[in-house]
Design a binder for this molecule. Structure first.
Ligand SMILES: C[S@@+](CC[C@H](N)C(=O)[O-])C[C@H]1O[C@@H](n2cnc3c(N)ncnc32)[C@H](O)[C@@H]1O
Length: 274
């Protein structure tokens, strides 16, 4: 087994996020459809995973570069683009905190849906986002909202209650879901508040089986949930965690059938005019 010194990378290479991403495709397409992409738009999709939003961007004719810290997700994205014959979409490894391989003022649009929020050192991330976006270009972020009662914020909240405390100096990714933090971070990167707008939008997790089956996918393949179960197991609390999450997934399911899953999750959409 390979080991890595970068815990951020290790977390996302753990398991197989593509299995979770399969439940997020429709909402990814809907977000992209609202971005005003036209043929030739130069798009950076940062923290792109296996291309839930990158592939729809490319289908609209954009010239898309997907960058992600996880090598397995980069490979999966390239496979998906190739299978669709999308020659205008490629994926490569990179870290949102230091995009050294990307030149200044390169992209018309930088998109990061639940991606850059997971990178360490948020001020480095805003500096890099602004640096690689051309003047007059746009940055669009999707960030989960701390304390929100819907699915993902609650999964992360419950999971953290079963996990050891984070290392000193760790800045929670959920801080990206607070408008004041976003304004402060972009302010430090030279972007004034009047160029930033916010909207609350909803993603939907859709799965062709019962909500507890979708939970099983999270338990087996989603790094943060896998870590929470490992910590719970070490403390003899696996059943408690399973029950809390099963209640969450089941009560939040809005599908009329108990054998089909459709769970909404609210997020903060940030648009920055650079
Ligand atoms: C919740 S997933 C979202 C993936 C994708 N944007 C989507 O909508 O399916 C978070 C993604 O951020 C990536 N990520 C985490 N830290 C990163 C970093 N420092 N730089 C680049 N990508 C990162 C992970 O590897 C993972 O693919």
């Amino acid at each position: 087994m390979t080991t890595t010194a970068n815990p951020n990378k290790a977390l996302w290479e753990k398991g197989d996020f593509t299995r979770v991403a399969e439940s997020m495709r429709n909402s990814g397409e809907s977000v992209v459809a609202r971005l005003g992409i036209t043929p030739g738009t130069r798009v950076l999709d940062l923290g792109c995973g296996d291309g839930t939003t990158a592939l729809p961007e490319a289908r609209l004719g954009a010239d898309v570069l997907g960058v992600d810290i996880a090598s397995n997700l980069v490979a999966a994205g390239n496979r998906r683009a190739e299978a669709e014959g999308l020659t205008n979409c490629r994926f490569q490894e990179g870290d949102a905190s230091h995009l050294d391989e990307l030149a200044d003022d390169t992209f018309d649009l930088v998109v990061s849906i639940f991606g850059a929020m997971f990178a360490p050192r948020p001020h480095d991330v805003t500096r890099e986002l602004v640096r690689v976006t051309r003047p007059g270009g746009r940055i669009v972020l999707g960030n989960w909202i701390p304390g929100d009662p819907t699915l993902v914020a609650q999964i992360l909240k419950i999971s953290s209650a079963y996990s050891p405390p984070p290392p000193e100096g760790f800045i929670s990714p959920m801080t990206w879901g607070v408008e004041e933090n976003v304004i402060e971070r972009f302010g430090e990167a030279g972007v004034s508040a009047d160029r930033i707008s916010f909207a609350r939008e909803t993603y939907r997790f859709e799965y062709p089986a019962a909500p507890t089956e979708l939970l099983a996918v999270f338990r087996e393949y989603y790094g943060p949930t896998m870590n929470a179960f490992a910590a719970a197991e070490a403390n003899g609390r696996t059943d408690d965690l399973q029950k809390e999450l099963a209640d969450l997934f089941t009560t939040q399911n809005t599908s009329p059938s108990a054998e089909i899953t459709s769970i909404p999750a609210r997020f903060l959409q940030v648009t920055v005019n650079v």
